[in-house]
Design a protein around this ligand. Structure first.
Ligand SMILES: [Zn+2]
Length: 310
């Protein structure tokens, strides 16, 4: 894959990261204490008046899954056909492990060394490339195991947490997600609510409850490569994703999506192995901004960020 393609989504994320996080107090939503005084609407599951989760769920969740499952089945067949050559994996210590290409994973090596090493490892780095712990090696490689104390490990951890936030927001609002990058002190997700609605402080607890469900279920992250056309089909319902795909991914090329629970998102990854690795989850702040790097031809107002400064 050409570098320009490999970096396409990363550039999209960087484009937004470079936007200063809006700390202007006048743009903040009411504090939770103020929101608690709002009267709970009859029949609602939360003070915001919305049910905890949309019922039925947004149709796009099922539509995305149909495409994902079809292409995943094809990819699994392709992987099954790859030759299982003997490979050697060299750890940072200089120790080596022998295994089969397309079968041996960084997670297996970490577990073989010790359970505690596996549990504290957030992500692998294979020949310098960040790599999901459950993604098989494709050839003889050098392996590093990065924990949360490593800057890259921390970034992957927070970025993975943003997917869980995105999932909670889709399940709660049926919103259109844009992107959810890590920032220096946490992560956020940008989204537009149906009918131009706004995230309220009263939504914090319901969103946290839905996120806690995903964490409790230990939802796994699944990686899949899709062509540009498959991506356009998968995200046909979301004008922001359509814009990113059209603008950042050259015609005739491919990139990856990740599925975690019901959320499938355009993403280069990698991620933590499963949502159960997330031990604490709290929404700290919501910002509403009216400018965006993808401001043409999109209209991003209201466009919202939920920010998690840990
Ligand atoms: Zn991701």
């Amino acid at each position: 894959m050409a570098d320009t393609v490999k970096n396409a989504v990363e550039q999209a994320v960087d484009g937004v990261k470079n936007l200063a996080v809006n700390n202007n107090n006048e743009n903040e939503q009411p504090k939770p204490q103020q929101a608690k005084k709002e009267k709970k609407k009859k029949g609602a599951d939360s003070e915001s008046g919305r049910p905890l989760e949309m019922d039925p769920p947004p149709q796009y969740i099922a539509d995305r899954n149909v495409i994902f499952d079809k292409v995943k089945a094809e990819q699994d067949v392709w992987i099954a056909r790859q030759p299982r050559e003997d490979i050697t994996v060299t750890l940072a210590s200089g120790d080596t492990r022998i295994g089969k290409a397309w079968e041996l994973t960084p997670a297996q090596i970490a577990r073989d060394i010790s359970k505690s090493l596996y549990e504290r490892t957030v992500v692998a780095r294979v020949d310098g490339e960040l790599w999901d712990l459950d993604r098989p090696f494709e050839k003889s490689s050098k392996l590093e195991l990065l924990d949360f104390d490593h800057p890259e490990g921390k970034k992957v951890f927070w970025h993975s947490s943003a997917h869980i936030l995105g999932e909670a927001c889709e399940r709660h609002y049926g919103c259109s997600l844009c992107i959810g990058p890590p920032v220096s002190d946490g992560f956020y997700y940008e989204m537009a609510l149906p009918d131009g609605g706004a995230v309220q402080a009263a939504d914090y607890k319901p969103l946290e409850k839905v996120a806690e469900k995903a964490i409790k279920e230990k939802q796994t992250f699944e990686r899949l490569t899709l062509t540009k056309q498959q991506l356009l089909d998968m995200f046909a319902y979301n004008k922001y994703k359509q814009h990113i795909i059209s603008d950042k991914i050259p015609d005739g090329t491919s990139t990856t999506v990740y599925r975690c629970g019901p959320l499938i998102d355009l993403c280069r990854g990698p991620h933590i192995p499963h949502a159960g690795r997330i031990k604490a989850f709290q929404i700290m702040k919501v910002c509403q901004v009216s400018t965006h790097p993808y401001d043409q031809p999109l209209i991003f107002h209201p466009e919202l960020r939920i920010i998690f400064p840990w």
